[in-house]
Ligand binder design. Structure first.
Ligand code: HEM
Length: 147
């Protein structure tokens, strides 16, 4: 019973969290690209990303805790390592790296125009990479559960 409850919590948190990443990558970024004003682009992005990052943080913690219990039940395997590596990448992004990257990207040297079209193109490409890695971790989880 604790095993099945942890698995439900694990999959639930993954659905909400990776779903949020997919939403930002596939819907929010294309909306931002279609917006003309740079200021509006930055406002849109920060409004959504702020909320998504908050939810993602909570879900990452839930996924990690439930994952730990699943590990205790099932033991380590190659699939578990893939999940742990992707999870660790997210933790470092959400709890530190992201702030540093945003600061670098959005602070302009005085007098210079921000090239938001280019910035959002790079950020979207980065989100596609993260999403692809997440899909790999999902496949790894299903593999150890059902392979
Ligand atoms: C990006 C992060 C992660 C993703 C996307 C992910 C996804 C998944 C998925 C989809 C399953 C399959 C459930 C099923 O079909 O039965 C699963 C199972 C599992 N996950 Fe994760 N997980 C992640 C992080 C973690 C972490 C950090 C740990 C360990 C600390 C972990 C440990 C496990 C274990 C042991 C199972 C196997 C459960 C079983 O065999 O029934 N996962 N995960």
């Amino acid at each position: 019973m604790p095993y099945i409850i942890s698995l439900i919590i694990h999959v639930f948190s993954i659905v909400v969290w990776i779903g949020g990443v997919a939403f930002v990558t596939m819907i929010v970024f294309p909306m931002i690209q279609r917006t003309e004003s740079s200021l509006e682009q930055v406002m849109m992005f920060q409004g959504v990303e702020h909320k998504v990052a908050k939810i993602a943080k909570a879900m990452v913690i839930l996924a990690g805790l439930s994952g730990l219990y699943l590990l205790y039940e099932k033991g380590f395997s190659a699939g578990a390592w893939i999940m742990i590596v992707v999870w660790t990448l997210y933790v470092s992004l959400l709890f530190g790296l992201e702030k540093i990257i945003f600061k670098k990207v959005f602070t302009k040297p005085s007098g210079e125009e921000l090239d938001t079209k280019k910035i959002f193109f790079v950020l979207q490409a980065f989100h596609w990479v993260i999403l692809a890695l997440s899909f790999t971790a999902i496949a790894a989880g299903i593999w150890i559960g059902h392979g």
